[in-house]
Design a protein around this ligand. Structure first.
Ligand code: ISE
Length: 336
């Protein structure tokens, strides 16, 4: 690395890219943002200016090649993630790539193979729920054995509304990819089949998915259910539940205080993902920077990214065929 402080380049100056840039500049220790890229010049300039005059780029390759950039945070469009991550690996620069790692298994496997050829992990995938306190507490309790053998995993993922109505395949690779990763990470085992059911917004928008449910069967025979709503109209919620032989574990939705007033009981629900996972994004960034300073890799790997996409592609096939689909797997290389 160029210095004790990790110089980060951020690719993508939209909502999530600017959040990551702000976290790296203002809420983590040991990092600074020295470069920002976006195809929209005004966006790149605005985020760069907020990062104490970081350099603004309109080409990701130029940012990656910048000798002052030690590591890269990729927060551009989903379809660009694979190429930019590969560019970082070829340049020998660590990358924290927002989910999904890629939009196809083939592209994710290219990244895994590039890391195997390099002989080291350079990519981390932005499955930030691994840094959410509620998820971590449930994970630790589950793996302490408190409810015995895990029999069923269930997640509920509620978006307030989408500015753009996504087709089912994008809902799966952009949103449900988080829940697929949680289903693998928390249960600690792989998935053997998936069945996708979904509802469009309405007949006029038949290809846009408003509600979806992925029913899973794990290799152990345990069950899973990933429930998604892209247009709740009331707020944002993500919860996880595991049913075991001798009990059930649940995460609460965002732990806001209850208000009793005028004969009513109410609790605020977070408006959207930046608020619900604000601390998780900070802890994810700090863990990444700390690992880079130790010259180590941490967090969800490119292999995790590839495995989540293998489930996602099977879920998309199920949505297309209307039938449950088997989920393939790639052996876990020793690098991971
Ligand atoms: C978004 O990209 C996220 O990562 C949010 O966590 C997720 O809830 C949302 O559905 C995605 O579109």
């Amino acid at each position: 690395m160029a210095s004790e402080t990790i110089n980060v380049g951020v690719i993508g100056a939209g909502a999530i890219g600017s959040l990551h840039a702000e976290n790296l500049m203002r809420r983590t220790m040991g990092a600074t943002v020295v470069a920002v890229m976006d195809i929209k010049e005004a966006a790149a300039n605005a985020v760069a200016a907020a990062c104490d005059g970081a350099r603004a780029y309109d080409d990701a390759g130029d940012l990656i090649a910048d000798p002052d950039v030690d590591a890269v945070l990729i927060a551009s469009t989903d379809r660009s993630h694979a190429d930019f991550t590969l560019g970082c690996i070829e340049a020998g620069k660590p990358a924290l790539c927002e989910k999904p790692l890629a939009t196809t298994v083939a592209d994710a496997e290219r990244i895994v193979n590039a890391e195997l050829a390099a002989g080291r992990r350079l990519a981390q995938v932005g499955f930030m729920r691994e840094y959410d306190l509620a998820h971590r507490e449930l994970y630790d309790l589950l793996h302490s054995g408190v409810i015995g053998e895990s029999l069923k995993f269930r997640s509920v993922h509620i978006n307030p509304q989408f500015s753009r109505e996504l087709p089912i395949e994008s809902v799966i690779t952009n949103s449900l990819i988080h829940d697929i990763h949680s289903a693998r990470w928390i249960m600690g085992e792989e998935i053997s089949s998936v069945y996708t059911q979904w509802l469009p917004f309405d007949r006029a928008r038949a290809q846009s998915a408003r509600l979806a449910e992925l029913q899973l069967v794990y290799k152990s025979g345990a069950l899973g259910s990933l429930e998604y709503n892209g247009d709740s109209g009331y707020g944002y919620e993500v919860t996880v539940e595991v049913t075991g032989e001798s009990g059930r574990l649940n995460t609460a939705s965002h732990p806001s205080p209850s208000l009793r007033q005028a004969g009513a009981l109410s609790r605020a629900i977070t408006p959207n993902w930046p608020q619900r996972f604000a601390q998780a994004y900070i802890d994810e960034a700090q863990d990444w920077i700390n690992a880079l300073r130790r010259k180590e890799a941490t967090g969800p790997s490119a292999w995790d990214g590839a495995m989540s996409l293998i489930v996602a592609e099977a879920a998309i096939r199920s949505a297309e065929t209307g039938r449950p689909q088997p989920v393939g797997a790639i052996g876990k290389p020793s690098l991971y």
